[in-house]
Design a protein around this ligand. Structure first.
Ligand SMILES: N[C@@H](CCC[C@H](N)C(=O)O)C(=O)O
Length: 275
């Protein structure tokens, strides 16, 4: 199986194209290929597949073999791959994902795409829809108890679930200690991605992430969008922000007119291989 290793701000993927559908043993394949000691090493295995409604479809399998509905960083990577390797016909694409049809705008520099803008859709705030076990129109600054600590979280779905938690200093926060406990907390029936955020100003925030089905990663595109929405909802930031992640920055715009969240950031190819 030929593959391409790509990343968006250090959130790295093994990208496979040319198949009609993912193979039968996909969860096991994802676990083996993503293993950083015995495999290629990646946060996820991503398939570029044929689509009837879009230019192509994307499916993302987390490193633990579970499938996710959405992955902002992978959407930027597969869009770059499609333009550079499959068709240069258009700079605006439609990508079918588990979160629906996503519009993508490519910013090529000569033959290479450096930056990609993605329409990440409207955030879902309704408690049961995120999903959480909380029956409320929105779950904003809600308490969650873990061990001896109570955090305040805002639940946002960007197609996949996120719990955004403001902390004193996101960069110094012990993500590996609290992240796994929150990921599987009974408040989240499909588990959750967890974002810890702190604020530099009304237009800049730091975010560290514990991803569902993966663990600590260097960046999370959907998590950056969820963090921007939660921070605006709680009055900490404006709707247009720069999110500083461990692997670099994303520009997020929660558009007032259409209620959609637009994410802009880089995508990079690392190497080609055969599994
Ligand atoms: N890194 C991603 C999100 C990948 C999926 C996530 N682990 C989940 O299970 O929802 C991003 O960039 O959005």
């Amino acid at each position: 199986m030929n593959f391409t290793k790509m990343h968006g701000l250090g959130n790295d993927f093994v990208i496979v194209s040319g198949e009609e559908r993912p193979p039968e043993n996909t969860p096991d394949l994802a676990r083996r290929i993503c293993d950083r000691h015995f495999g290629v090493g990646a946060d996820g295995l991503v398939f570029i597949l044929p689509s009837e409604s879009g230019d192509f479809a994307m499916r993302i399998i987390n490193a633990d073999g579970s499938e996710a509905e959405q992955c902002g960083n992978a959407v930027r990577c597969v869009s770059k791959f499609f333009y550079e390797r499959m068709s240069r016909a258009r700079r605006e694409l439609r990508v079918e994902t588990g979160a629906g049809l996503q519009r993508v705008w490519l910013e090529p520099d000569g033959e290479k795409v450096r930056r990609v803008r993605v329409d990440m859709g409207r955030p879902v705030l309704e408690g049961k829809a995120v999903p959480t076990t909380i029956d409320a129109e929105s779950v904003v600054a809600y308490p969650v108890e873990v061990g001896e600590r109570t955090f305040s979280f805002t639940a946002v779905s960007m197609g996949n679930p996120h719990a955004v938690i403001p902390v004193e200093d996101a960069i110094a926060f012990p993500v590996e200690f609290w992240g796994p406990k929150l990921e599987v907390h009974p408040l989240f029936p499909h588990q959750t991605n967890v974002e810890f955020v702190s604020f530099r100003s009304r237009s800049e925030l730091d975010m560290r992430v514990w991803e569902r089905g993966v663990g600590r990663t260097m960046a999370c595109g959907s998590g950056a969008c969820a963090s921007a929405v939660a921070s605006a909802l709680t009055g900490r930031t404006d709707r247009r922000v720069t999110v500083h992640l461990q692997g670099g920055d994303l520009e997020i715009d929660w558009n007032e007119k259409d209620d959609r969240v637009y994410m802009t950031g880089p995508a990079e190819t690392v190497f080609e291989g055969k599994w």
